[in-house]
Design a protein around this ligand. Structure first.
Ligand code: NAD
Ligand code: DAU
Length: 332
């Protein structure tokens, strides 16, 4: 696999994937197809070797653009998505176009071009919420917000191309990912950057919802492992095995930034807020992958990155983000 098409490569996880993969595989060339939505940011790719990276500014919902980007590639990894649950609750049509139609264009092009591997990056949210225990890959899906419903739709449609047309589709379902270059609408970078600025941390509901935290480099390696060692037609959970209540995460952030709990501001809950996500990743572990970054190290590295890289997030927080922030939090 010397030429891989990566979609959404200017986003959080995919830009970290590109940096990891170019480092790991000296002969690899990446074709990066990204629409540069509000979440796409070329700053995320600023230090990569440009001679091994071709950037195409385009939309995966456009079939011609997808075919052009995939032409000559051995594999495609689809990271491109509308990815924020709260935005999908406000307005879901872009989510449907990208997360469902976009995936359809990719598997159609892969069928036509006989692409060697198609990896669809999905999420633990497709299972829905679980009170106790952990979901395994064969459990039924039960998405409960518009974002996760479109992700479920995309991966289910994608997998039908394996069963119907022999397109070598693999799906990964990852848990909540954190690390450098995450758009500050997501809870972790939002709370870190707000804490740095002594602004309130808007904690939804009773703060006891549980998320499983996975360091971004571990998620990138998990996706790469499934691509290279996974079997077509199979789904692989990628977990951080680090379940925390949101309130625990919030206190950890405050401790690392050196601020007090008075910044915590409990606010109205997210509608349909899933209580707990938990997945079992024995299957991917069985192929030889495991997460390498502990919660303590990952949190310390991540908070330090936002402290050292104000140039990266201050630009974002003063742009489109302000309007979104007002809309999302203003009346709560
Ligand atoms: P992100 O929002 O940071 O980045 C998404 C990228 O996709 C951006 O660069 C954006 O410009 C691009 N994009 C959006 N629509 C596009 C379109 N129509 N055509 C081409 N490019 C488009 O996302 P992320 O958090 O890095 O998530 C990446 C993938 O991983 C998504 O598929 C998401 O569902 C999945 N995932 C995310 C997490 C998480 O915690 N962030 C966990 C599990 C799975
Ligand atoms: O589980 C994987 C998913 O994780 C990915 O598929 C999604 O793309 C990604 O956005 C993430 O979804 P969440 O909804 O879990 O992430 P978010 O950062 O939005 O919220 C994490 C938790 O924090 C959740 O329980 C809601 C809570 N929260 C979030 C925000 C933005 C707050 O309490 N306050 C906030 O302001």
């Amino acid at each position: 696999m010397n030429r891989i098409c990566v979609t959404g490569g200017a986003g959080f996880i995919a830009s970290n994937y590109i940096k990891f993969a170019l480092d790991e595989y000296p002969d690899l060339h990446i074709v990066n197809l990204d629409k540069l939505t509000y979440a796409g940011n070329m700053d995320n790719l600023k230090d990569i070797d440009e001679s091994r990276h071709t950037f195409i500014n385009g939309d995966i919902a456009d079939a011609d653009v997808v075919r052009k980007a995939m032409d000559g590639c051995d594999a495609i990894i689809n990271f491109a998505a509308d990815s924020h649950v709260d935005r999908s609750i406000m307005e879901a049509s872009d989510f449907i176009a990208t997360n469902v139609r976009g995936v359809h264009n990719i598997v159609e092009a892969a069928k036509e071009m006989k692409t060697h591997r198609v990896l669809l990056v999905s999420t633990d949210e497709v299972y829905g919420s679980i009170e106790s225990g952990s979901f395994v890959e064969t459990d039924p899906l039960g998405p409960r917000n518009p974002y996760s419903a479109t992700k479920a739709g995309g991966e289910l449609l994608g997998m039908t191309y394996f069963h119907t047309f022999d397109v070598p589709v693999i799906v990964t379902r990852g848990s909540n990912t954190y690390g450098p270059n995450q758009y500050p609408e997501k809870v972790l970078p939002l709370f870190v950057t707000n804490a740095i600025d002594d602004e309130p941390l808007p904690l939804y509901g009773d703060g006891k919802n549980v998320r499983d935290w996975l360091y971004v480099e571990d998620h990138a390696r998990g996706i790469d492992h499934a691509l290279r060692h996974g079997e077509p037609g199979q789904v692989y959970n990628v977990s951080g095995s680090n379940e925390k209540e949101n309130v625990t995460l919030t206190h950890k952030i405050l401790e690392l930034v050196g601020k007090g709990p008075d910044l915590i501001k409990p606010i109205q809950d997210r509608p349909g807020h899933d209580r707990r996500y938990s997945i079992d990743d024995t299957k991917l572990m069985g192929l030889g992958w495991k997460p390498l970054t502990s919660w303590e190290d990952g949190m310390a590295k991540t908070v330090k990155w936002y402290q050292d890289n104000e140039w990266w997030w201050r630009k974002i927080k003063s742009g489109e983000f302000r309007e979104y922030y007002e809309r999302q939090y203003g009346n709560k």
